[in-house]
Structures are given as C-alpha cells and as structure tokens.
Design a protein. Structure first.
Length: 198
C-alpha cells in the first residue's frame, strides 16, 4: 500500500500483523505466476506497495532481483522480520528511475492514491519499465473515492476507467481477472487485476 495519507498509513502500521494473515483473493498466486512468466527469467522487479512482503519474497525466491517499496514503516519491518526484505519506506511519488525494471507489481496498492494523482504515477511506472516491461495492477471495483470503515482512503475504478488510464499512460492491457474477498475491514469487495505491458 502507498500510505498516500497519514490516516491510511497509520491503519497499516497498527494492523500490519493482521493484514499479513489475509489472503488477497484465491487467484493471486496464479496471477503472480503469470506475471513472472511474462517478465521472463531473471527479470528485475519492483513490488510497488509491497505490504508485508509475501509477493516480493516469492518473486525473489523464484530467482528474480526484487526491489520492494512501501510507505508504512510497520509493513517494512514485518517484511524484514518475516522475509529478510530491505524495503524502501517511501510513497509512490518517489519512483523516478528510467528503464530500470522488467516488471512492476502493484497489488492492491495504487487504490490508495487519489484519482487526481494516478495518471502521474502511471506515467512514472511506464518510464521506470524497460521497453515491453510488464505491469500488474489490482484495484477495487466501483466508482468514486471514500474511506472504509477503519479509515483507509480508497479510490475505486471501473474496468473501462482504469483501462483508459493505462492506455493514456502508454500501456497495452493484455489480460484482466476479477474476484472478490473480505479485507482487513471485514467488508467484502470486488476487485479487478490487469496485466499490461509498456
């Protein structure tokens, strides 16, 4: 997650252990495998909003050089303690590199960015990828922006809305998956995951 605002970050800092116990959708492992196949052997990956670090560790253990970023110090500590990951504690706006990654994984993280800011973030992601680099983004389906029952800020997207934003940023969407699950707040929410390339 990004911790785009102090209230959201504070929730994750306080509940990092509880969050780490959640499984984000039954299809997530399959989405990770498909992403790694597209990235290719040994491709460098950024886990962009890595949370407790499970995905970053799995990708590292599969043989990929992985950088991990998250704005929550609590999540970064958990990732270090559980998986030995050195997480960069920073927000999404800290991504300024060019052609540095073969894949960027943003699993249920960019949904904490205000909608007005997402186009600039997606443009930065596109610049940070090598030509043809792979991008995974998963978000909650819906419309508008609001806080959930425990205070986290969310921006919700329709399929057409997020697809359009990705295309404007220079991406080609190649696959989409849908699901729903119960999150940290106890509320069930529907989600969309899109695979795209630069």
């Amino acid at each position: 997650m990004t911790g785009a605002d102090d209230e959201t970050r504070a929730v994750y800092d306080a509940q990092a252990d509880e969050y780490a116990k959640l499984a984000h959708g039954t299809g997530l492992a399959a989405l990770e495998e498909a992403f790694l196949e597209r990235v290719g052997t040994g491709g460098r990956i950024l886990d962009f909003g890595c949370g407790p670090g499970r995905s970053a560790a799995a990708m590292r253990d599969a043989g990929h050089p992985v950088d991990a970023l998250d704005a929550s110090p609590g999540m970064a500590k958990l990732a270090k303690d559980q998986y030995g990951l050195d997480v960069t504690v920073a927000g999404f706006d800290s991504l300024t590199v060019h052609a540095a990654y073969d894949g960027i994984w943003a699993s249920f993280s960019l949904l904490h960015v205000p909608k007005a800011e997402l186009p600039d973030i997606l443009a930065a992601v596109h610049r940070a990828l090598t030509p043809g680099g792979q991008f995974h983004i998963s978000l909650k389906l819906g419309e508008g922006e609001r806080r959930d029952s425990i205070g986290r800020f969310y921006a919700y997207y329709t399929d057409a809305e997020i697809t359009g934003l990705l295309e404007v940023a220079g991406f080609t969407v190649i696959e989409r998956d849908f699901g729903s699950d119960v999150g940290l707040s106890g509320e069930r929410a529907s989600w969309i995951a899109l695979a795209a390339h630069a």
